[in-house]
Design a protein. Sequence first.
Lengths: 457, 457
Amino acid sequence: MDKLDTICAIATPPGSGAIAVIRLSGNHAINIANSVFQSANKSKKLIKQKANTIHFGTIADGNQIIDEVLLSIFKAPHSYTGEDSIEISCHGSSHIQSRILELLIKKGARLAQPGEFTLRSFQNGKIDLSQAEAVADLIASSSESSRKVAMNQMRGGFRDEIQDLRAQLLNFISLIELELDFSEEDVEFADREQLKSLVQKIKLHLSALINSFRLGNVIKNGVPVAIIGEPNVGKSTLLNVLLNEDKAIVSDIPGTTRDAIEDTISIEGILFRFIDTAGLRETSNIVEGLGIERSKQKMNSAEVILQILDAKGSNFQVLFRKLKAEFPEKIILPVVNKSDMLGRVNMIRVIDGVPVIYISAKHKHNIKELENSLLKAINHTAVSDSGTIITNVRHYEALGKAHQAIERVADGLENQIPSDFLAMDIREVLHYLGEISGEVTNDEILGNIFKNFCIGK
Amino acid sequence: MDKLDTICAIATPPGSGAIAVIRLSGNHAINIANSVFQSANKSKKLIKQKANTIHFGTIADGNQIIDEVLLSIFKAPHSYTGEDSIEISCHGSSHIQSRILELLIKKGARLAQPGEFTLRSFQNGKIDLSQAEAVADLIASSSESSRKVAMNQMRGGFRDEIQDLRAQLLNFISLIELELDFSEEDVEFADREQLKSLVQKIKLHLSALINSFRLGNVIKNGVPVAIIGEPNVGKSTLLNVLLNEDKAIVSDIPGTTRDAIEDTISIEGILFRFIDTAGLRETSNIVEGLGIERSKQKMNSAEVILQILDAKGSNFQVLFRKLKAEFPEKIILPVVNKSDMLGRVNMIRVIDGVPVIYISAKHKHNIKELENSLLKAINHTAVSDSGTIITNVRHYEALGKAHQAIERVADGLENQIPSDFLAMDIREVLHYLGEISGEVTNDEILGNIFKNFCIGK
């Protein structure tokens, strides 16, 4: 990509609103803006204005005024992209947005590719690749936990950790390579015991990061939950109760919008996605309606299964064990509905160590307890502001490869292999860590990352 | 409304995007922003920053960072509302937008009512009421002509005209009232002939504004067009050709969005809306499918009727005259389709003074000529950058009442009625003109105007 060309895009959500913001970045950003902008104070020259200032005026195509706007100036390197940049805040009609964009293109800018502003920020050394990826995650974040993790990553938490690991390894390898220079003399600059303990520490660190991915994936994509049970046991009523309780909280403030994610609820910032619930709400008769095969597939994609049992039934243990036998890997929560119809006498509190949850979906009884059980099931306590959690498959894979390589280093140290082989394995660890930060990269990797960004970011 | 409270709202379109903008306006705007914003340069105090400057930092709820943002400061009276104002440009996740809004409300702001920022701009004397109304029109503008008219009105074109008329009348009435003071002495300070010519001039001006409303309405709401004709004459093919030609132009620039107005086309900036076209595209057999009554209703709501005739038929005049007899008020354009199947010999060029348009919808032949005929039909030449066009029913009605009152003034001058009666009629003209500008207003008028604004403007 030509670093010199100037790119533009609408940065605000599509559609009409009070205002919209159009971004312009590149060497000619200020010149292009100057050619279409007339300050309300006519003697003001845009080119002479200071960075980080806002100016009121008009955007005009020749003599024709298109809109009254606020124009913000940012100067390299103190801008999002690291380049000279302009933001035009115009009236939020789609028609006006298009007219201004067309005009900027006519004056020499070109329409930005998805994520191209963030790509430039990376290319200009403002952020590393893991931070760039976090920007997209942050924009996509629809729950409190996913926002927190993305924010920590965007602010460089993960970057710093990777840099720290790299720094330790670089220190290590410099000593090893010093030994290679003096290989004739058979000296050891790097104390092997210290090295072993360092490698062990790095291995543990990488393992912890890799292990955080399961939780990270849950945070980013939500926890898939299946609700199953016999016909008329109250599955659809329960789903509606869960969904409505959450929506009631969200819609407390009028005018706030919520992403149109159907059939998800957020419990203490963790998103739970109900799988294949369309049918559930249309008919409570889902087990009859679905073939066994499809039922199984559905449950296989779930992380947690809510097994709804009828309080009037008595075969709770049998049904639970049958399901557990079929899906031994899944977290199954036995939930007895219509508990108001139950005497206290025959309440089974625990099945095979798993507590039974008694609710009444109809009377909204004990719903909070059910929500707490869902949280406990995925061990949500691990989500905090600090502590890095991996949410990105690319990072997960690179860390896995780095982990394999560091294990080879550990083995090599154990087996006292020659320093030059040791150095090769360490270089490999550095390579994979560099892939995460973007110190090692190529157009294909960049293309894959940025194609999923929205235009304007 | 309490002028002292500080209001906040999301100003950008709902949904996710690269960035979103949250507005805050009122006496405490800067203090509230200061309580949640931490500049990247920690020693920077928001309160000490200059107006029209931008600051990079974080929004935090206690210790928890919600987002990295750009924050813009505007100081009274140099802001949109005329009050101290803040704009926070955050990452465009709906979740983040809600979190920041919640936080601002927690810190003492309240969610703005629809149009409340613009209402404050009016109340603080930054704009008059006609300009406030133009802001909403500008945001809603989906064609070039509606944008132009709204822009001219927002920039004060109409305001200045009304002020000019008022100034002339005020000069007039001051002379009349001087006469009243000296009524004992029977003097005339105001030359009656000069007055007559001034009143005549004002009457003509008001008439011109009133007459512009028909065109203004067309510009604002689009021209309703009905396409009628016998089954299989090619109505749906023609509609698709017209719609697709327009869309092809609009979608030239990827990433530009277009309001989801179905079945409208823009010809040289004028919007044409096709009435009840859903049926047209599903079946070309619309005349058969509709009852006569519904067909009539549909055509009654049209401004222009495209009567599609089959080139193979020969009864063009009969069909046209029949339709014209039924809808004498409507503009009917006879359009002969499938003209490629026609010899040149039996081409009827004109029916009763109305030119016949020959097209082939299938081969996209002469579509441009048809579009030009649509433009001519509504006399589009009257739309230009200059020249005020009334688009607002409220203005139309106030101008009508002002016109009636000025006619009474003219009659009074003619009949030499006493000065005090003359003064009363002039006061009435001033009253109605004042309603337009908002010099005369009440909560009900304001409520009706601003309830249709979007929140955040």
